[in-house]
Design a protein around this ligand. Sequence first.
Ligand code: AMP
Ligand code: GLY
Length: 424
Amino acid sequence: MKILVVGGGGREHAIVRALSRSAHEPQLLCAPGNAGIGRDADCLQDTGAEDVAAIVAAAKQEDVDLVIVGPEAPLVAGLVDRLEEEGVAAFGPSAAAARLEGSKAFAKQLMAEAGVPTAAHTLLRDREEALQHLSCAPYPAVLKADGLAAGKGVIICGSEAEARAAVEVYFTEKRFGDTVVVLEEFLEGTELSLLALCDGENVVPLAPAQDYKRIFDGDIGPNTGGMGSYSPVPGTDRALIDEIADAVHRPVVSLLARRGQPFHGVLYAGLMLTEQGPRVLEFNTRFGDPETQAVLPRLRSDLVDLCLAARRPGGLAATRADFGGDWAVTVVLASAGYPESASKDDVIHGLEQASQLAEVTHAGTAERDGEIVTAGGRVLNVTGLGATAAEARDRAYDAARQIEFEGMQMRSDIAARAVERVAG
Ligand code: AMP
Ligand code: GLY
């Protein structure tokens, strides 16, 4: 069996590693991949993840049996539709179903219709409308660009003055393109990522994970694509997972099915666990990054079987995704300047030593003259596994400390709360 993974980040490296543990022993390709993925799969380096036509052509030329799409942009652009039209099996939602991630306004509309709990919101279509609403909004308030923004389109505003400044970012500077903006109620609580596999009808939850969005320790500084994660999450037992899947994932999947836009692939709910119960912050329509780096190493079911089943309408009926009782903690190593910018071409030292202690997956790396160098904002992910949260965390940090490159940024508090909660 031949499988092509689309993407070139830490998530895709973790997917490639999980596929390589499958009983199907698939031959693995990745487009475009990165320096680390190149050790575990054949990389089609010149085929960009967002180049729909090139991916379809490569999948046909290589005669692959399955394509697994990592990032959101090609999903929203209709890559899965194009592949399936051409007779290539693909794991991921159609463009119509991926709108759940591609448009926050659409997601809000769908949640309202499906009765899914989420923050109250108002749609701001232009600068004037925005300024009008801001004068009577309660603060803090949350502003979100409607379209894809690589996790960076959300601004949390502590005051009306901050919100007015944010409005200029969206509507005057147009940092996120020509977009409408969602003004949302600020929710307090603990965040949780619950990803689930969907086959158009059934919902199979994966293990829960916690993601760290801010750049600095103590959740300070700007939002990033994610600076670390861990799985499982203390306090999130089977009953709570089922409760969330029943309140959130299943109503959305049923509604999309009734609309003739069945959801196949990963439905990722970013949730706030509030005192009033779980509330949806956002939907993603793919594996999370860096949640996947902490979740997939714990998966005991065969990922190839799960992905093939999710493609078929109803294929996941009576299926469970089984996870080990172990813990995984992922620490992201980012380059100088991230998230505003990314530095390149700095030589990375200590990868061999780190790999002996933990799973090291690559994100923004490249190979130059036989050396591995930085090539992006998030550079590496170091995942420690252990029988306890403390053991997994110690392994992740012991391994991460072996790695060095110019300007390396890393949070030092990933999973610290989990260790405390389990111990307490
Ligand atoms: P999103 O991309 O919508 O998940 O937002 C990115 C991050 O902003 C989330 O992970 C939260 O930390 C924060 N956030 C988003 N919406 C809200 C909200 N309504 N209340 C509080 N924090 C939020
Ligand atoms: N971890 C957040 C994301 O994948 O969007």
